[in-house]
Design a protein around this ligand. Sequence first.
Ligand code: SAH
Ligand code: SF4
Length: 348
Amino acid sequence: MSLTDIKSLYKDELTELLVSRGQQKFRSQQIYSWLHSKSVTSFEDMTNLPGKLIEDLRSICYISVANIEKKLVSSYDNTIKYLFSFSDGEYVEAVVMDYRHGYSMCISTQVGCKMGCTFCATGQGGFTRNLTASEMLSQIEAAQRDLNIRISNVVLMGMGEPLDNFDNVVRFLRLATDSEGLSIGARHITLSTCGLVPKIYELADLGIPITLSLSLHAPTDEIRSRTMPVNKKYPLSEVFKACRYYADTTGRRVTYEYAMINGVNDSDDCAHQLAHRIKGTLCHVNLIPVNPVQGTGYNPSKDKRMTSFINVLSKYNVNATVRRTLGSDINASCGQLRGKKLKDKGGV
Ligand code: SAH
Ligand code: SF4
């Protein structure tokens, strides 16, 4: 019999499990609080439970933990990058950023990714497995413990495509926003997607007011299909329609991520085409110089090119900013640290 992932359970599911083991309901509250508010990593730490109950829990459940395998601290801006491992030996990456208004963390949602974007280190490595809700929570808890801080903002922008792991991600969102748990405000959570259209509608209808970030990276289907294979299934017209629905339903401004790749998507012409598509909608554009990933042959756009691009957008009153690249000495984009670890071990 496989063990139950106890930290992925909602409180009512935990109660059900305990009652089925002949326990009293109030134990559920105690255990939930140990797991989600105090973030303990073993049943032995639940000091107000009788020994017999702890023994029973250990025989049917496990508590997921993210182990710190590597930790890199940027000498420029205190950005910290973690490589975490889980009990099956798989690795994911996460990044903690120190902003003036608190700590923000970028976490992973899958080991690898199926989407195959040509500029992305994670996409190049292929897909291994989905993360559970508890493994997403564990990344935050491990960083909070390690740094003795509280993470107040979370972005699902690490390895993986969150909407391709929809059920686990929704479970994570409900648990992470629970006031009896990590209590992270939904408005302080951002989910980034390559544009899985049906799931954007589903997310909008859930009524969890998180911010949606759409990885756009091209103004036309022709360019986008070359760099993001998902565009062949869900072309831009459908993606924009879904984003408008998201903004209308949630009242939240959609962010468009646009990695500027030298000579691929960074001409003034591209900027005009982009502006025509999104002007007048509730949105914001984040321009990021693409992080060069070995083997892709892509280079970041020059500063002058980026300035020119942004000037075109501003003529259409399209909100855009150049995102500062945090921790550029320690990272390059997510997926690169894991790739290196696999190489060290004689993997890909
Ligand atoms: N799968 C989701 C979230 C994870 S990727 C998505 O694609 O949105 C997080 C962000 O990093 C996305 O905007 C993605 O397009 C971007 N990204 C991936 N590789 C990059 C690179 N080499 N340089 C800059 N941004 C990159
Ligand atoms: Fe996957 Fe996002 Fe990377 Fe594309 S950019 S391969 S969707 S992680």
